[in-house]
Write a protein of this length. Structure first.
Length: 387
């Protein structure tokens, strides 16, 4: 302003620069950032259910799910279904092939998927009709014996099953792929276990042929010793035995390609090594033991049990559901490894706060040096005026 000494302007400039320097020396505060938790249940849903490649004795069923899940098709000539096809792998796009169907027949089916968290999707009743001409009332036509639809490709649902001598009797009346009745048992503290088998019958079976299936809590001591020896030779040892299913035939029936299905409680699996430890063992009439290629098949929907499946290329025999572990190997002394500890370095900051950028500190230093120079200049100028 007019009339004010020059020192006034210098003092004002000095005050402004001091304020600016103080402001620039403050750390920069970052806006708060974080994650907002979201909770809820995403229901398992299946869609795009399609039946294709329908033939006289087979069809393919395809569907998709909104997350990884296994797949099951329940199918039959009525809404009671009765037949099941399962794939345990967890995928989002699924195709299951049905075979052994009857030509010119309407089938009811529904799809079931279960994801890794146990969420279940079950469709309503659906239908499709196979191509071709349905068989006549006799099922085999004229010509006697076994040609045409009587071949091994025919799928036979067991009929006339009945209990006898603590077992279940399955009559064998014709060639084809014979599936047993489902055997429900309570054994070793596990209730409502379901076991079954299927096998290909070769040629006309003898009159009165039958299979009798027994569920046993333990095998004989000699069988258990044979199991132990066979597993040791393969590098395994038994953790636990769930139960035994023994199939006895009378008289002998020519057969091959048996499929074994055995339930077990989920808690039993978890406590005894997990899914990957489960094996089905087979002991034939000659006493030889085979460790079958065993796979998790599916969850039994109404009991929550786990079902395991194994292929047995030989005749039906005695089967045991067990869990195994790798046998202990002789220990060897390994060279000791030197552990190196690395101390973390760096600057710790509070959540939601960033350190002041390095450029801010440099600017503040420049401002402070400028203020110091102006102050010295002001002092010299004031002394000159007084003179």
């Amino acid at each position: 302003m007019k009339g004010e000494p020059p020192s006034f302007h210098l003092l004002a400039a000095l005050a402004f620069l001091l304020a600016l320097g103080g402001a620039l020396s403050l750390p920069v505060q970052a806006a708060f950032t974080g994650t907002i938790p979201v909770s809820g249940v995403v229901h398992l849903v299946a869609y795009n259910v399609t039946v294709w490649a329908v033939q006289d004795t087979g069809a393919n069923i395809t569907w998709s799910t909104n997350t990884l899940a296994n797949g099951t098709v329940e199918y039959g000539r009525t809404t009671s279904y009765g037949s099941v096809r399962t794939e345990p792998g967890l995928v989002v796009n699924r195709t299951l092939s049905l075979d052994g169907l009857t030509p010119g027949t309407t089938y009811h089916y529904r799809i079931v998927s279960v994801d890794a968290y146990g969420h279940v999707y079950r469709s309503g009743d659906l239908q499709f009709t196979t191509t071709g001409t349905p068989p006549g009332p006799s099922g085999g036509g004229s010509g006697g014996g076994g040609g045409g639809s009587w071949g091994p490709s025919r799928l036979i649902q067991a009929g006339g099953c009945r209990a006898a001598y603590a077992g279940v009797v399955t009559p064998v009346t014709e060639p084809g792929t014979l599936t047993s009745c489902t055997i429900i048992s309570t054994v070793n503290g596990m209730a409502d276990l379901r076991s079954s088998w299927s096998v290909t019958i070769l040629g006309e079976p003898p009159e009165g042929a039958r299979f009798i299936t027994y569920i046993l809590s333990q095998p004989s001591e000699s069988t258990m010793s044979a199991f132990d020896a066979s597993l040791r030779n393969a590098g395994f040892g038994i953790i636990a035995l769930a139960y035994v299913m023994e199939v006895v035939q009378s008289p002998h029936v020519p057969q091959e390609n048996a499929i074994i299905l055995m339930d077990v409680n989920r808690t039993w699996v978890r406590l005894n090594g997990g899914v990957d430890a489960v094996r089905i063992l087979r002991q034939g009439e000659d006493g030889a033991v085979r460790i079958l290629d065993t796979k998790f098949s599916n969850y039994v929907l109404d009991t929550g049990h786990m079902n395991f499946r194994a292929s047995s290329p030989d005749d039906l025999a005695l089967y045991a559901l067990v869990t195994v572990e790798a046998a202990a190997l002789p220990s060897t002394t390994a060279p000791a490894e030197t552990a190196t500890t690395v101390e973390p370095t760096g600057t710790a900051t509070e959540p939601g706060r960033l350190p002041a950028p390095a450029s801010t500190g440099f600017l503040a230093l420049v401002v402070i040096l400028t203020i110091t120079g102006l102050a010295i200049g002001l002092l010299i100028h004031t002394r000159r005026l007084r003179r």
